[in-house]
Ligand binder design. Structure first.
Ligand code: SAM
Length: 242
């Protein structure tokens, strides 16, 4: 089979099936025509979490509109492991960084949490474009979900206790991160605190929950984005799809 790996990839939020015609968004028209300088008749790849990845032909491309004709399926749908990331919003650039890198690292869902010391804000609808761009680049076949920011206590009050919550806690636990993460399987989630850390009250509550697994990330204090990506990487290597 010809290697299509060099073809541009576009996430299409519409059913993908052979011979379907899909119209692109304005941002995608700009990306194909102006950024990638594609022309009618050239090929691209299109994908989404439900249908997998297809080859598509650019049947129409103008400044304001583009239409693709979907042809053969290249890859079956395949979801990333069911691991979520709960993180306190950080400063804008760091939010973008954590979203992009965690998407590349295969996170399945982002849940921004509001804790007593959370000071920054985040608008996930604004970050959706970052999520999609990172998923296109990293050759993912699905797009991570995301939720609106929610108070940690509310989220935990409704938590599905079959989902293990890995609590990144500097005080840690008797076991090493490797010992802990090699045992935590999906469905699971990672909880990272804000720049100011969790309060004693928040930590005490978390440690009383049976689905919570406290875990140290070693002797140094990591920035929240470093802690999130380090935990996700370690978990992927020990229990995920690496
Ligand atoms: N508590 C930190 C301090 O004393 O400066 C501030 C919080 S740290 C910047 C942000 C979050 O990253 C923490 O709430 C924790 O979830 C995680 N984290 C950072 N370093 C860690 C470590 N060595 N072990 C476990 N979690 C860590």
């Amino acid at each position: 089979m010809r290697n299509y790996g060099t073809l541009a990839r576009l996430y299409i939020d519409a059913p993908l099936v052979e011979n379907a015609c899909v119209d692109l968004t304005q941002a995608q028209v700009h990306f194909l025509g102006t950024v990638m300088r594609k022309s009618e008749g050239e090929s691209v790849r299109v994908f989404n979490g439900g249908d997998g990845e297809y080859l598509a032909n650019i049947s129409h491309l103008s400044k304001r509109k583009a239409t693709l004709e979907v042809s053969e399926r290249l890859r079956e749908p395949k979801a990333c492991p069911d691991i979520w990331l709960l993180f306190a919003p950080l400063k804008k650039a760091r939010n973008n960084f954590i979203i992009e890198k965690a998407t590349e690292l295969g996170v399945a869902k982002f849940l921004p949490i509001l804790t007593e010391r959370t000071t920054s804000k985040i608008r996930m609808d604004k970050l959706e474009a970052h999520i999609i761009e990172a998923a296109e680049q990293t050759e993912r076949l699905d797009i991570p979900n995301f939720a609106a920011p929610e108070k940690l206590e509310t989220l935990l009050a409704n938590w599905d206790e079959t989902r293990t919550l890995i609590f990144a806690d500097e005080e840690g636990d008797a076991q090493t991160a490797a010992e802990i993460l090699s045992r935590v399987k999906t469905p699971c989630a990672i909880l990272i605190g804000p720049e100011g850390g969790f309060t004693a009250k928040e930590r005490a509550y978390l440690r009383t929950q049976t689905y919570v697994v406290p875990m140290s990330l070693g002797p140094r204090i990591l920035r929240a984005d470093t802690a999130a990506l380090a935990t996700l990487s370690l978990w992927q290597a020990l229990s995920g799809d690496w």
